[in-house]
Design a protein around this ligand. Structure first.
Ligand code: MLT
Length: 414
């Protein structure tokens, strides 16, 4: 049983206790009691109750933040600094981000050097790692001012890099950012605008994209966020840590799932066999068929983000005048699966990736860019975790505790 819980090592190095027993017994966080966070698993940032389907950023329920029209940058501040910003703080934060959007001109050669068909996630991660080479003199991870500046640089430049990775993949020219536009509007223009004519922002699309980015802002210590914390705990700066996080996110079992869901829906459509037959195949594990976008390591209930994404899917497609048969297929698939004992017993529900792809597709993003959008959304959470991990002097270099399960000592006889 112990292995399922993060193990806290007392500072005397001798006694150990698991987090859940400790907090149940004392009501205090482990750090209050001077325990060393050896597995980097404690955090004040995001709360999830997987059984009830609850998600809160710094105590605020995700539904309230989304429906109360909080902006992406407002929540970024909340995640990073722990409180909602005042109007002045938010204004200054937004302003700084707008003024750091330009990429060094030399970095453009980097995109040209990649093969035409390069996956945008690989381009994104490599370009973020490359960014550090331009800012070596003011990205010291031990200097809180540098840490704030690097956060600003990453928040400002990641969407630009992402849009260039997209433009590169479709062979179109890169646009310069337009700093009069908001964060999300700028990003839309960089992706869908061109050199020849002014780009008209569609407010429905901007609002829907902002909501999707907010829903992805943090999700506690999953594979990519743990990666960011672990790399950060070595003393690596945010550029290196976020580049590593992007690589972890790219896998199909993590952020890559939104891309995999759309490919799955397209396969169901092209097979002409219908959703029921597909569900049977999943249950019988036929032809290696998998139900993507369903189930979650933490949620044993409906992922609260998926509910909000589903609402948006209907609204956005209607407002954009798009009818996508893949959305009908997704709904049918959900309905059949949620009625089926196989899925009920296993407590498999749609997760955040299930409906996002349909919306991104309606907006005009190619499938291979979907996970890049996840990365832009997740950046504030990664930065918040990096900061929490690194600015607390009690935290040490991460080293998940290993339970040795191999052979006992034996003799080598030459
Ligand atoms: C996420 O939002 O990162 C995914 O739901 C994966 C996870 O949290 O385990």
């Amino acid at each position: 049983k112990t292995a399922e819980f993060p193990v806290l090592q007392a500072t005397d190095g001798k006694s150990a206790i698991d987090v859940s027993t400790f907090t149940k017994q004392t009501g205090f966080t482990a750090l209050d009691y001077g325990f060393v966070n050896t597995a980097s698993t404690m955090s004040d940032i995001t709360y999830i109750d997987g059984d009830q389907g609850i998600l809160r950023y710094r105590g605020y329920p995700i539904e309230q933040l989304v429906k109360g029209n909080a902006s992406f940058l407002e929540i970024a501040w909340l995640l990073i600094y722990g409180e909602l910003p005042t109007a002045d703080q938010l204004g200054e934060f937004d302003d700084k981000i707008r003024h750091h959007t330009l990429l060094h001109e030399d970095l453009k050669n980097f995109f040209t050097a990649m093969p035409a068909g390069a996956h945008p996630m690989a381009v994104l991660s490599s370009a973020v790692a490359a960014l550090s080479t331009y800012y070596e003199n003011d990205s010291d991870p031990d200097n809180p001012e540098h840490v704030d500046l690097t956060n600003i640089r990453l928040l400002a430049k990641l969407p630009v890099i992402a849009a260039y990775a997209h433009k590169k993949s479709i062979g179109q020219a890169f646009l310069y950012p337009d700093n009069k536009l908001s964060y999300v509007e700028n990003f839309l223009r960089l992706n869908f605008g061109n050199m020849a004519e002014p780009y008209e922002i569609d407010p429905v699309m901007a609002k829907a994209l902002e909501r999707l980015l907010i829903l992805h802002e943090d999700h506690e210590q999953n594979a990519s966020t743990s990666t960011v914390r672990l790399v950060g705990s070595t003393g690596a700066d945010q550029f290196a840590s976020i580049a590593a996080g992007i690589q972890a996110l790219a896998g199909p079992l993590h952020g890559g799932a939104n891309e995999a869901v759309l490919n799955m829906l397209a396969q169901i459509r092209d097979s002409g066999q219908g959703v029921k037959r597909f569900v049977e195949k999943v249950k019988n594990k036929e032809d290696g068929v998998k139900l993507m976008g369903f189930g979650h390591r933490v949620y044993k209930n409906y992922d609260p983000r998926a509910k909000l994404v589903k609402e948006s899917a209907d609204e956005v497609l209607a407002a954009l005048g798009v009818h996508d048969p893949l959305l009908d297929l997704a709904k049918e698939l959900e309905e059949i699966a949620l009625e089926d004992d196989y899925f009920k017993e296993r407590r498999l529900y749609p997760n955040v990736d299930f409906y996002t792809g349909v919306i991104y597709k309606a907006m005009g993003f190619p499938t291979r860019v979907f996970t890049v959008l996840f990365a832009i959304g997740r950046l504030p959470g990664w930065l918040a975790h990096w900061r929490e991990q690194n600015l607390d002097p009690r935290n040490k270099i991460g080293r998940p505790q290993q339970l040795y399960t191999g052979s006992p000592a034996r003799e080598y006889r030459g």
